[in-house]
Design a protein around this ligand. Structure first.
Ligand code: SF4
Length: 328
């Protein structure tokens, strides 16, 4: 994990051990005291991509919204009570299709240092109902593990709360950071994977497919529940060939019968975010696709997305039973 040259510290964030740890790790950083992280992070007219080149760290205290109801456009895998939370805003990677560019004004990273408050509020929710909670939204949590061990802490939290089902989604190859932990049945480690061609061209700074597959296979052998996410599938030139070879390669490197389930989805995005992203990436072929508008979303035409999903499901079903596939 990189060092930061600037760290903004919100009023109140100093009182947390994580803040002290992060400041100790970055003794040379310029420290700037701020009243509220939103004054820095939400400021209009910032250059997201420029900031991604040299990300600043913002340490803040989350004071509300310790979880959110999951979006209808995201697979809930049959769980009615589907929530997500955001302990970190923004990601170490910079995928060309990433919705965070459209959602946030800033490319800098916010870490909420008060994880105990997240635990406390989640416990209140769990007192009433079993829930499905995704904790790697608006970031890639495991990719930050060497900086903030939030993935490990949540796994330990889940271990003592059996009516919580946790999903931790990543594109990282940082499984080694949590490998010392015993697998627990109510935690799903979910890897998003893409063909090498797509990774090289559109998933800047993410690990190669081989590295991700190696992590997946190790986690499977260790006994974790593992979800594979073929999502987003991009409609690129020669997509059939590219995705066919990719699926064959995937299941030549991991044990298909051990996979918990698989999510399959074509690229879709909030139309307002897309508008903003296109201004930022004027030469992007994938963002300038002639999408159709479906409510608030920009999507591939139904015929095209149907064809892609059918193709992917047929190919994946050569390796994994259809009951384990969740198209989106
Ligand atoms: S890994 Fe996910 S969150 Fe991170 S940049 Fe890529 S799409 Fe965005």
């Amino acid at each position: 994990m990189r060092k930061f040259n600037h760290i903004y510290i919100e009023e109140g964030a100093h009182n947390y051990p994580l803040t002290a740890k992060l400041l100790n790790k970055n003794t040379n950083a310029t420290k700037i005291e701020i009243k509220n992280y939103k004054h820095i992070f939400n400021r209009p007219n910032q250059n997201f991509q420029e900031q991604k080149e040299s990300m600043k760290l913002i340490l803040a205290v989350k004071k509300e919204n310790y979880y959110y109801a999951g979006s209808k456009v995201v697979n809930n895998y049959g769980y009615e009570k589907f929530y997500y939370n955001t302990m970190i805003l923004n990601c170490v990677y910079n995928c060309e299709y990433c919705y965070l560019q459209g959602m946030f004004n800033s490319g800098n990273i916010v870490i909420f240092v008060n994880i105990e408050d997240f635990f406390r509020e989640t416990e209140k929710l769990l007192a009433d109902i079993p829930i499905y909670l995704c904790i790697s939204y608006e970031t890639d949590l495991l990719a930050f593990e060497d900086l903030v061990p939030y993935t490990s802490l949540w796994i330990e939290f889940a271990r003592t709360h059996s009516n919580l089902l946790l999903e931790i989604r990543t594109k990282s190859n940082q499984y080694k950071m949590i490998r010392n932990l015993q697998p627990t049945q109510n935690v799903i480690l979910a890897w998003t994977i893409s063909p090498d061609e797509i990774i090289k061209k559109y998933e800047s700074k993410t690990p190669t497919l081989d590295r991700r597959l190696n992590d997946i296979q190790t986690a499977l052998i260790d006994g974790w529940k593992v979800r594979i996410c073929f999502d987003p599938i991009l409609h690129v030139k020669n997509w059939k060939q590219i995705y066919k070879e990719f699926i064959d390669k995937t299941f030549s490197m991991i044990q298909a019968e051990k996979i918990w389930d698989i999510s399959i989805g074509t690229f879709r995005i909030n139309a307002d975010y897309l508008k903003k992203m296109k201004k930022m990436r004027t030469n992007s072929d994938i963002l300038y696709y002639p999408f159709l508008r479906e409510g608030s979303l920009s999507v591939y035409p139904e015929k095209k997305s149907g064809e892609i999903l059918e193709f992917m499901i047929d190919k994946v079903a050569d390796y994994v039973s259809r009951e384990k596939l969740f198209p989106n």
